[in-house]
Design a protein around this ligand. Sequence first.
Ligand code: ZN
Ligand code: ZN
Length: 166
Amino acid sequence: MEGILNIVSNLLFWLTLMTGVVFTAIHGGMIVWTFRDMRARSRDVLALIVAVILVALIPLVGFVVYLMLRPRETLAEAYERSLEQEALLQAIEEPEVCPGCGQRVKSDYLYCPTCHTRLKRACPACGRPLHLRWALCPYCGASTASQVLEPVPAAPTERAPEEPPA
Ligand SMILES: [Zn+2]
Ligand SMILES: [Zn+2]
């Protein structure tokens, strides 16, 4: 009888020990992960320390709270986004080049004077040059889609006779 009790208590001891080891390992992993993640998202040292302490002091719950409150973007993502915005601005401002012949063209040209490629179209409302892919005039707000998608008048549909002639 005592032997069985011994085995059970031994088993419980090892089970508790293993559980403790596993949880400690996971908790430690969470702390390290939080440190790395926060460092990738913020240059703020104080915020980094607060985040790590939060996760270290309140196991699991602190980690969940950190996941909810952490900065949405990593620094690399924010940098990439700023590069994209810059590229967009440059695309608007940079001198334009004809896609057909590579000659420089003015931004208000509708056609290339060298190769006659269509560069832009005039706004149907205010007449200013618009990019071919723009669906809306940025100057006056007129929709340019109506030029392409003309409403087709619905043709009167011939109705099949509902009742067969008797
Ligand atoms: Zn050209
Ligand atoms: Zn317009």
